[in-house]
Design a protein around this ligand. Structure first.
Ligand SMILES: Nc1ncnc2c1ncn2[C@@H]1O[C@H](COP(=O)(O)OP(=O)(O)O)[C@@H](O)[C@H]1O
Ligand SMILES: [Mg+2]
Length: 324
């Protein structure tokens, strides 16, 4: 196993030698043996995925580095889960810089926040923002935008809040926590109530270094169920050896792979419209990839990374991202 530290020390311009790892050392999986093909997943959409693990499942979406797609992931996976029929609470723990409400198009509906609950100004159910489209989906924001978090707000408070959410009748199946960037107090608070994590990373060395550091911190906190989501992947750059492949990323971080999300201009368009990508019709490639990641999360399943062919594959397809 190549560690991130070894890998980063071998980074020499002009071409990143990491890009050759997958092609040289990792056997290319044969087509027949790829178990999680998207075709199978698409066919599966006629049934509900089987919920695995003890509920409520509390999942923190984290990364270390900012701007890699944590909030996009939280919004889209939460809504996918709600669409699949699960009861979901998306908790925006990015205090002061919250934007999950914007991505979900719910910014005008946030009347109360978790801090109002703690101050005794409202009940918890009043702070849960309902979505007209999905009655089984709720958003909970910790604070108002640009609000400075009080010093007393820490891990214990968030654990108390999550416990209060869990004691609702019926309790949610999933509580997804959108974690702030960095590894300071906000991060420590956001991961405290979680028992599993989605680590979002992009295939670049700065994001991977932060992801590696965050993995260590999560494990120290007792969160060992960590799956990674590799975001903003561009096969054209991987083919030209200008971007690390997903295999390289997986080899460096040594984590199970929940999903691979391609770079897609539709993500930015949908963020600006406040209309989550997974609701787009017709579906977009990144939206489908996020929906598949949600499916895998439910079933505690993972996917295999596939090597990107150096030459243009003959059947270059829509599903090449997904290993199909
Ligand atoms: N797969 C993607 N393709 C294109 N743009 C993306 C993708 N994922 C995220 N983005 C864009 O990256 C920016 C940062 O995403 P965001 O989810 O806010 O990151 P974070 O919460 O980690 O700071 C946003 O403008 C978002 O639209
Ligand atoms: Mg964010």
């Amino acid at each position: 196993m190549i560690t991130l530290r070894q890998a980063s020390s071998t980074l020499t311009p002009p071409i990143n030698p990491l890009l050759q790892i997958s092609n040289k050392t990792t056997p290319r999986p044969s087509r027949r043996r790829r178990p999680h093909s998207p075709c199978r997943a698409v066919l599966q959409w006629s049934r509900k995925p089987e919920l695995s693990g003890e509920t409520p499942r509390v999942v923190v979406v984290t990364s270390g580095k900012g701007g890699v797609g944590k909030t996009t992931t939280t919004a889209n996976i939460s809504l996918s889960l709600a669409r699949l029929g699960f009861k979901v609470v998306a908790l925006d723990a990015d205090v002061g810089l919250r934007n999950l409400d914007l991505l979900l198009g719910l910014e005008n509906r946030v009347n109360y926040t978790a801090l109002d609950v703690l101050h005794g100004d409202c009940r918890l159910d009043q702070a849960l923002v309902k979505d007209k489209r999905w009655p089984n989906f709720h958003l909970l924001c910790i604070s108002k935008p640009r609000y400075k978090i009080p010093l007393a707000f820490g891990s214990k408070t968030l654990i108390w809040l999550v416990d209060a959410l869990k004691s609702n009748d019926p309790p949610p199946d999933f509580i997804l926590i959108d974690c702030p960037a960095g590894i300071d107090a906000g991060f420590v608070t956001a991961i405290a109530p979680a028992n599993e994590a989605i680590l979002v990373t992009t295939p670049d060395i700065t994001s991977l270094r932060d992801a590696d550091r965050v993995t260590g911190l999560l494990e120290c906190d007792g969160i060992n169920d960590i799956k990674m989501l590799v975001n903003r992947v561009r096969t054209d750059l991987i083919r030209g050896e200008d971007m690390m492949s997903v295999l390289d990323v997986q080899e460096m971080l040594g984590l199970a792979l929940l999903g691979v999300i391609p770079e897609d201009a539709e993500v930015i368009r949908s963020s600006n419209r406040g209309y989550p990508l997974v609701l787009n019709k017709p579906p977009t490639i990144a939206g489908l990839a996020l929906e598949q990641a949600a499916w895998r999360l439910v079933e505690q399943d993972t996917m295999n990374a596939v090597a990107v062919e150096e030459e243009e594959p003959r059947r270059k397809g829509f599903f090449s991202f997904f290993g199909g």
